[in-house]
Write a protein that binds this ligand. Structure first.
Ligand code: PLP
Length: 441
């Protein structure tokens, strides 16, 4: 289970016993809550959040409020559209077309068609369906510690979070190689060779079992996995093998997209191969539920010829207004460039923290999605999930919200709204350094 959804809360002081009891009495006690003492947040602005007691927190965690909590441009766009007209897409309306044009302009090559959905799960479900129909195969390759959503088909390929469904017989999990710190060395080359041999074996096994290969589904940042950095050539190698077997490549940009990595709008653009389908979600509507699948004209036409695909809420004028406003703010405030320059600054400081602390292994991430491995203080390099949890709780006491990810739940997850500035980064890093020093005592 990843800690993104991990804490089932004990009785909490901070949230107020009444609210917590009422929540348990209605939503049940399994609906995940962060923190030992769940946090009741009542308002937000930019990168700041305020709790029910009036305390403010720096948001170093949330990527959904991409252009800032309670962004007035997004709120006004939603409000104005809602007061004008909001309908499904079976009537002509310019807003959805304007949004499709603006969004597709951020993609290159053949990725020039869009399906709108209401969530990342729905987007991945649709992408898998398109891939199955196009290829006539059912086999899927995924990372062995990943999460792509909560539908039945996605539960059958969930490897990084607790689900009751067993792994589908048509699914082959791949161990994603982590080349962090080995760039350009022989070790990186060996890692690549071994990992691609594993891909060959997985494809052969799918073919022998009669499933064939319909898709390789991956998150370009390998975020649930703990921000792994595959060796150079890995994604290209997997894509070539999958395509040779007749399959398609799906990049899940729910976490890595919308300029977060700084160097490009889309995470997959850091690799030398373009996917056939790209799935979108989280930051797309700044909290308004918007998701999507971007693909080629050929794949969309083929799917459209055989399926009357309709979606009541997706692509409504209000959703489209929200999506357009996000793109507009990103451009006006040059947020992708900001993610690149600030990300570079943060990466440098994280490397310095890693070099100076025996509790920290590697510094990870790209742009405004960054992490630190927390390890046992005995020099063994062993992951330290307990210390990581303590650190996150301590950061909350210090007024900074972060979380953790990774197979061993020991990678600090820092993924703030894109309107994060140098001042915010300095505050987060300062508190992190102090929290680490506190732990090292
Ligand atoms: C990489 C990735 N894909 C898909 C999803 C599912 O998105 P949603 O919760 O909008 O259904 C998530 C959600 O955490 C995710 O992190």
């Amino acid at each position: 289970m990843t800690s993104e959804t991990s804490t089932t809360a004990p009785a909490g002081e901070q949230a107020g016993p009444d609210l917590l009891a009422r929540r348990f009495a209605t939503l049940g006690s399994h609906s995940p809550l962060f923190y030992e003492k769940p946090l009741e947040l009542v308002s937000g602005s930019g990168v700041w959040l305020t709790d029910a007691q009036g305390r403010t927190y720096l948001d170093g965690y949330n990527n959904v409020p991409h252009v800032g909590h309670a962004n007035p441009v997004v709120a006004d766009a939603i409000n104005a559209q809602l007061r004008t007209i909001n309908l499904h897409t079976r009537y002509l309306n310019s807003r959805v077309v304007e949004y499709a044009e603006a969004l597709l302009a951020t993609f290159g090559g053949d990725l020039q068609r869009l399906f709108l959905t209401n969530s990342g799960s729905e987007a991945n479900e649709l992408a898998l369906r398109i891939a199955r129909q196009h290829t006539g195969h059912t086999g899927v390759l995924v990372s062995d510690f990943s999460y792509h959503g909560n539908t039945t088909s996605l539960a059958e390929l969930t490897t990084g979070l607790t689900v009751r469904e067993p792994l589908g017989a048509h699914v082959r999990p791949l161990r994603i190689p982590d080349a962090t710190g080995t760039a350009g060395t022989e070790a990186e080359g060996r890692l690549l060779e071994q990992a691609l041999a594993e891909v060959d074996a997985a494809i052969a096994s799918l073919q022998e079992a009669g499933h064939g290969v319909s898709a390789f589904l991956y998150d370009p940042l390998f975020s649930t996995e703990g921000l792994l950095q595959p060796p150079a050539g890995y994604i290209e190698g997997v894509a070539a093998r999958v395509r040779a077997a007749g399959g398609l490549v799906i990049a899940d940009e729910v976490q890595s997209g919308f300029g977060r990595i700084g160097t490009s709008m889309w995470g997959h653009q850091m690799y030398g191969t373009s996917p056939d389908l790209v799935t979108l979600g989280k930051p797309m509507g700044n909290g308004h539920p918007v998701g999507g699948v971007v693909t080629t004209a050929d794949l969309l036409d083929e799917f459209g010829r055989h399926n009357m695909y309709f979606n009541t809420f997706a692509g409504s004028p209000v959703s489209s207004a929200a999506g357009l406003a996000v793109l507009q703010v990103m451009e006006q405030e040059d947020l992708m460039a900001q993610a690149q320059s600030l990300g570079g600054y943060i990466a440098g400081r994280l490397r310095a923290i890693a070099a100076g602390s025996f509790l920290v292994g590697a510094a990870r991430g790209r742009g405004l999605f960054f992490g630190l491995d927390i390890v046992e203080p005995d020099g063994s390099g062993r992951p330290a999930p307990g210390l990581t949890k303590t650190l996150i709780e301590d950061m909350r006491e210090r007024g900074v919200l972060i979380s953790r990810i990774g197979r061993d739940d020991n990678v600090l997850k820092m993924r703030p709204p894109l309107v994060f500035t140098r001042e915010h980064a300095d505050l987060l890093l300062e508190q992190l350094q102090q929290a680490l020093s506190g732990l090292g005592r």
